[in-house]
Design a protein around this ligand. Sequence first.
Ligand code: BDR
Ligand code: CA
Length: 311
Amino acid sequence: MKTAVIIDCDPGVDDAIALLLAFGSRLPLLGITTVAGNVPLALTYSNARKICALAGRLDIPVLAGCPRPLLKPLATAEDIHGASGLQGADLPEPATPIWVQHSVDFLIEQLLKATRPITIAALGPLTNLAVALIKCPQIAQKIEQLVIMGGSMGQGNITPSAEFNMYVDPHAAQVVFTADIPIVLITLDTTHQVLTTPERLAAIRAIDNSVSRAAAGMLSFYGQSDLARYGLPGGPLHDPCVIAYLLAPELFTTRTVKVMIETAAEHTTGRTVVDWYGSSEGSSIQVVETVDAEGIYRLLSEAFSAFEDFE
Ligand code: BDR
Ligand code: CA
C-alpha cells in the first residue's frame, strides 16, 4: 500500500496541474490544505475546490489555511497566474462540500491519528506547515517525507536570489527546514527543465476531455510570462514535479546537501543557501539533481487521459 499524501498548495496554475496529475494517477490523497501565495487565500481555497469539481473528486477534503505569512506582508503572483489564479480556464463556482476545519488543525489531526507515517507535498509558501509544527512539534515524527517545490541554487524567479515560495514566507521555511523532517527539495534548477513546449501543450490539448482542455487553456496563459521574461518556449511545470516525484521517483536523482534559509537580508531574503558538499551547519536534506522531463509529460498525459469528459 502506498503512503497517504496531503497536498498543501496555493493554486495557482501549476498547483492546479499538480492536483490534476495526482487525481488522474490515483495518488492516495487524505486532503488538500490551502495557503495564501500565488493569490490571496480566498482564491487559493476556492481554486482548489474548483479543480476537485473539474476532476469529479468531491470526496477529497479541501481546507482553508493561513491567510498571510508569519512575519512578512503577503506577496502574490497574479502576473504569472492571472487575477483569479487560474487564468485560461473558466471554471464554475464549485458545489463541493465546505470543510470548516483550518488547514493547520487538519494537518495536526491527520498526522497525530495516522497509524502509518504520511507524506506531505508542499507546493506553496510553507506557512501552514510551520504553524502546525509550532503548535504541535511531535507531528514531525509522523511525516514520512516532505517533498517541497521551492528554492533555487542558481537564479531566483521573484528576486535574483529567491524563488517565490521561499521568498513569500522565509520564516516559515526556516521553521520547517529545522524541524528534523526527511525533506526532498525540488528547486527552480530542476523545474526550469520541465517546460510546456508548444508540442507538449498540443499533445495535452489533443487528449480533448474537459480536464485536458482546462489544463491546456491554463498552460497557454501561464507560459506567456516565462516566454517574455526568460525566453523559454513555455511555462516551467514547478509543482507537478513534486507529484511526479511521489509517483515515479526513478525520474529524478537526488543528492544529500545542507541547506540554510536566508530570512533577513536586503538583497537575498528567501534564498536557499545550498551547501553542495555538506560541510556547513545547515539541515541535511535531499535536493533533486537531475530530472527526466519527458517522463513527467508522459505521466501527465496518462493522468489526463484517465478522466472522463464531463461536458
Ligand atoms: C512556485 O511559485 C508559484 O508561483 C508556483 O505555483 C510554484 O509553486 C514557483 O516558484
Ligand atoms: Ca504553488
